[in-house]
Design a protein. Structure first.
Length: 294
């Protein structure tokens, strides 16, 4: 229905269209350049229709969003089950390879032993990968009940518990006091552990990892930062590294599946927070996690 022209025309002096009327009022001649549409004259007539169109579009978007969410939940459940069920045959492979070496190791020659060891190592690698995928998947499946978390207590407990986070493996400095946040303690433990593990892993050979942990208030949030003395990350990769299986530094030098930061990203999202990094290659990185203040 072309209401915008036909309907509007009636409101103007006989024989003059909306465009002609506006031109006359503006003092511009008909042969002068004007934009093809004069919005002020068409708006009132378009409102009921555009409102209807907007409502129907909103309904369609909500319906399709619900469909996509259902599909994603199904895919998530499928990959979770698949990953979970893969572990049993994997353990069988690993177990028999180990048994062969244990019971018949002295009767098999070097090449066969080498092949069996490769089967064992391959199944171990695959099992680590499957476990990482399950960890990632669980972040979405776990109910999140946000509670105040005393970050300083949590970080100190983690350092006390894991020798990897203490000298000579690493020097971790806490800029006390660390502000409390609203979050999920399990998710936060996972995030802090993944960020610290990376800071300790991605250092130049022969360098003792040094990490400085601090917090600052940002509006109604708290930003928790981890500044390291590692190898750094090129700006073009700052977003990419938070995706699943995204690794920037090659497996020849650093081990990993590329899932640690994807877990951090997803966990932060589920706690209503954000993550990011500032880094310059060769000059270290500062990973940050921003969460609501407790
Ligand atoms: N502190 C850091 N310094 C330099 N590079 C980093 C740092 N943290 C992460 N990266 C880069 O980001 C990539 C992704 O990190 P992520 O933790 O997801 O994977 P990973 O450590 O390689 O494997 P995983 O954590 O699954 O064992 C890393 O492979 C590395 O290239
Ligand atoms: Mg990692």
């Amino acid at each position: 229905m072309k209401r915008n022209t036909a309907g509007v025309r009636e409101k103007f002096p006989a024989g003059r269209s909306a465009d002609e009327f506006a031109l006359a009022e503006s003092g511009l001649g008909l042969n002068q350049q004007m934009p093809p549409q004069l919005p002020a004259l068409t708006v009132t007539e378009e409102i009921p229709e555009s409102r209807l169109a907007r409502r129907s579009l909103q309904k369609r978007v909500s319906r399709q969003t619900a469909q996509i969410e259902n599909l994603l939940a199904e895919m998530e459940a499928f990959s979770y089950t698949l990953a979970h069920d893969m572990r049993a045959p994997l353990r069988t492979m690993h177990g028999y390879a180990e048994l062969l070496l244990e019971r018949h190791g002295d009767r098999i020659d070097g090449e066969i032993r080498d092949f069996i060891q490769r089967i064992k190592a391959g199944s171990e690698r695959l099992d680590t990968l499957v476990q990482d995928v399950l960890k990632y998947s669980r972040i979405s499946r776990t109910e999140v009940d946000l509670q105040p978390v005393q970050l300083e207590r949590l970080v100190r407990e983690m350092i006390a518990e894991y020798p990897l986070f203490r000298p000579p493996n690493a020097e971790i400095e806490i800029n006390a006091p660390l502000l409390p946040v609203r979050g999920h303690e399990g998710f936060l433990t996972q995030c802090i552990s993944n960020i610290l593990n990376n800071a300790i892993k991605f250092v130049p050979p022969g360098t003792q990892p040094h990490i400085s942990i601090s917090t600052k208030a940002v509006g109604s949030s708290v930003q928790l930062s981890f500044a390291d003395n590692g190898i750094g990350i090129a700006p073009k990769d700052h977003r990419r590294i938070f995706g699943i299986f995204q690794r920037v530094h090659g497996p020849r030098h650093f081990e990993g599946t590329g899932i640690g930061l994807a877990i951090v990203h997803r966990a932060a999202e589920r706690m209503g927070g954000q993550v990011g990094v500032k880094s310059t290659p060769g000059k270290g990185s500062r990973f940050w996690l921003q969460l609501p203040r407790a």
